[in-house]
Write a protein that binds this ligand. Structure first.
Ligand code: MSP
Length: 654
């Protein structure tokens, strides 16, 4: 039986659509959950929505719908919370909504249990009242002494309420924070102790009577349970605590870690353990308070109009690139400044350049020199030692960082190996060995094997961050299921010696910074999801072509043996092609803006061969490669016509 691992995200207020800051914590939790699954744990990953409270009641009223309709739309509606997590590839095991009947009933039981123990008592809540809004406010909620909703004046007021004896738990909570690893990073401990515990913990108001959108206290129906009592216990009710919906409490509680944003660390590290202590329940093992993603130096918020829509970014740049960026760029425990420039830069440097190049260069050379399948190799050359040692020991260094939730450092470890591998290509110069494959075959094969193996180990360890793309990367490397496991990531030589690679799509195309920023700005101004690209087609030709004329075009499948950028030309690529005749053919094609040359080596493409030769930039082009062409948002786009690699060079297209 595998060991359980229980991890949670905060449950989100569906009062506004989620932004990239919300996605940050959920992506981090997903990465942790996937990492633990990879290690063989029996993972329970919980997320959900926190659907009660005055804010939601008033927003629903403004929108002219019931609170339930309001939250349903944001949670289950199009482009709602559930859709976003699907798009972001979030592999949660359970999703709780605090309006789920089993949770409502469990909270009523929990509230009563704390009342029966004497930890909840009835008292008077003293605050300010805004008559037009019918709302109670505490002094700290007021804006310049006035109602934060309507800006009007407020009067002193009192409301009957239940209180939780938080003050009783001050000492044990201080011990917990100061003398254990319960709250991380450690820097957050001082803040909690100095700002909240040392000045004196006051009892906490845990019921309200001035609004109704909450869970009723069943023994005093005018009261609804304070939203944080309702919310915090989700971590237990979702496992079946005090309800019959689920039966996993014994298996998964106590939680291994709650990931939470820094502003709600107080609720999770002071109030939550006090509730657990009151009921005599085991405490969660850890709370990790992560930093915020800042925009223009401040917090993202709808009222500031500066929120970033994760839908737009994921659709423009790919889900995995976005997931990777969030954890590669910002240290998890501290704040970080989000910018589109930083996102594009990360895609281009780490993904397109370092990782993408390692993959495409290596697989292209295996195709070019060995037709896709490595022959027997001469293993272990002295020059390989450093790369082999680095890649073989990578898992240990990565694990050390992951266990500390230091995602950025774990990724950095992987990328230092990727960069070393790219340097190894330059050092071993496989293209030079490839000039005489007959003589250098075993050494060349061993260099390429080392590169494939390094890319595999890195691919396995990056899988939690970029699950979809790493699956494709491992497919291209020819890695079977046994080469994708946690164990295999520490075993050099897991790939079979005669591994067969598969060329595939370019996983991380380079992004043109200027164009992409302009497009994002247009998306932002449109204020919504990216518009479908405006596609313009070439005009259809009315004039018929007779059959014989068409048949005189010699259309063939050709294989790309080599592809190079043409010096001083922004547009042209020079292809050396196998057209089946036994003699190489050279064709120039104006597609340099759309493809990296090495990405095309080994591909099977369509060409017309019997056009008269044309001279361009001092080079002869004997024929033309066929491309599909259209205009997108006013700009021409060419897509090379890629054919099935099973088609032999020279096959006639008719
Ligand atoms: N409903 C409560 C949590 C209850 S948990 C028992 C709540 N919801 S929230 O929707 O306001 O926030 C959810 C999470 O998103 C919080 O952890 C919060 O810190 C996080 N973030 C919101 N904006 C953020 C950033 N700009 N950056 C990083 N995380 C941010 O709080």
């Amino acid at each position: 039986m595998s060991k359980p691992f229980y991890i949670t995200t905060p449950i989100y207020y569906p009062s506004n659509k989620l932004h990239i800051g919300h996605a940050y914590c959920t992506v981090a939790t997903d990465v942790m959950a996937r990492y633990k699954r990879l290690q063989g744990y029996d993972v329970m990953f919980l997320t959900g929505t926190d659907e009660h409270g005055q804010k939601i009641e008033s927003k629903a009223a403004e929108a002219g719908v019931t609170p339930q309709q309001f939250v349903d739309d944001i949670v289950t509606g199009p482009r709602g919370v559930l859709d976003l997590w699907k798009l972001m590839d979030i592999s949660y095991d359970r999703f709780i909504r605090t309006t789920d009947p089993y949770h409502v009933q469990a909270i009523q039981r929990i509230f009563r249990a704390m009342y029966d123990k004497g930890d909840i008592y009835k008292g008077t809540y003293v605050g300010k009242y805004c008559t037009p809004c019918e709302s109670f406010w505490t002094d700290s909620q007021l804006k310049d002494g006035c109602c934060p909703d309507c800006g009007g004046s407020v009067q002193d007021a009192q409301e009957e309420a239940y209180f939780f004896r938080l003050s009783k738990y001050a000492k044990p909570i201080q011990d917990l924070l100061e003398n254990t690893d319960f709250l991380q990073p450690r820097s957050r401990v001082h803040e909690m102790v100095n700002n909240f515990i040392k000045p004196g913990l006051e009892d906490l108001c845990v019921s309200r009577t001035s609004f109704t959108w909450g869970i009723p206290v069943d023994f005093d129906p005018g009261h609804v349970v304070y939203v944080w009592v309702d919310a915090l216990f989700n971590y237990m009710t979702a496992l079946g605590y005090q309800n019959d919906q689920y039966h996993d409490y014994e298996t998964y509680w106590p939680a291994d870690v709650h990931f939470v944003g820094k502003e709600i660390v107080r609720f999770h590290s002071i109030i939550w353990p006090a509730f657990c202590m009151s009921l005599g329940l085991p405490l969660p093992k850890k709370v990790y308070g992560h930093g915020w993603l800042l925009l223009d130096g401040g917090k993202m918020s709808k009222s500031k109009g500066n929120v970033v829509d994760p839908y737009i970014l994921a659709e423009r740049f790919g889900v995995d690139a976005l997931r990777f960026f969030l954890l590669r760029t910002f240290p998890f425990g501290s704040d970080g400044s989000f910018s589109n420039e930083a996102l594009i830069q990360t895609i281009n440097v780490d993904l397109a350049n370092d990782l993408g190049n390692l993959l495409s260069r290596t697989t292209a050379m295996v195709m070019k020199y060995f037709g896709g399948t490595l022959p027997p190799q001469r293993r272990a050359d002295g020059a390989d030692g450093e790369l082999v040692a680095l890649a073989s020991s990578l898992r240990g260094r990565y694990e050390e960082q992951m266990e500390k939730f230091a995602f950025q450092n774990a990724i950095a470890q992987v990328f230092s190996v990727i960069q070393r591998a790219n340097k190894y290509i330059d050092e071993t110069a496989p293209w030079a060995l490839g000039k005489d494959v007959a003589a250098n075959g075993p050494r060349l094969a061993s260099v390429l094997y080392n590169l494939l193996e390094t890319a595999r180990v890195c691919g396995v360890l990056l899988t939690p961050f970029m699950p979809g793309s790493m699956e494709k990367l491992l497919d291209q490397l020819g890695a079977g299921p046994e080469c994708r496991t946690w164990d295999s990531a520490a075993v050099w030589g897991s790939l079979p010696a005669q591994v067969q690679v598969k060329r595939g799509e370019n996983l991380f195309p380079r992004v043109d910074m200027e164009q992409a920023l302009a497009q994002l700005e247009r998306d932002r101004q449109a204020g919504a999801a990216p518009a479908e690209p405006q596609v313009e087609l070439e005009p259809y030709l009315e004039q018929p072509v007779d059959f014989d004329t068409f048949c005189r075009s010699d259309l063939r499948a050709v294989k790309v043996k080599d592809c190079q950028a043409v010096k001083k030309s922004k547009k042209l690529l020079r292809f050396t092609l196998d057209d089946g005749s036994g003699t190489d053919r050279q064709i120039l094609s104006g597609i340099a803006q759309y493809y990296q040359p090495e990405q095309l080596v080994g591909k099977t493409v369509a060409a017309i061969l019997n056009l008269p030769p044309r001279r361009m930039m001092g080079l002869d082009s004997c024929g033309m490669l066929l491309s599909a062409v259209h205009k997108e948002d006013g700009e021409e786009r060419l897509h090379l016509m890629l054919l099935d690699d099973a088609i032999p060079a020279g096959a006639k297209i008719c």
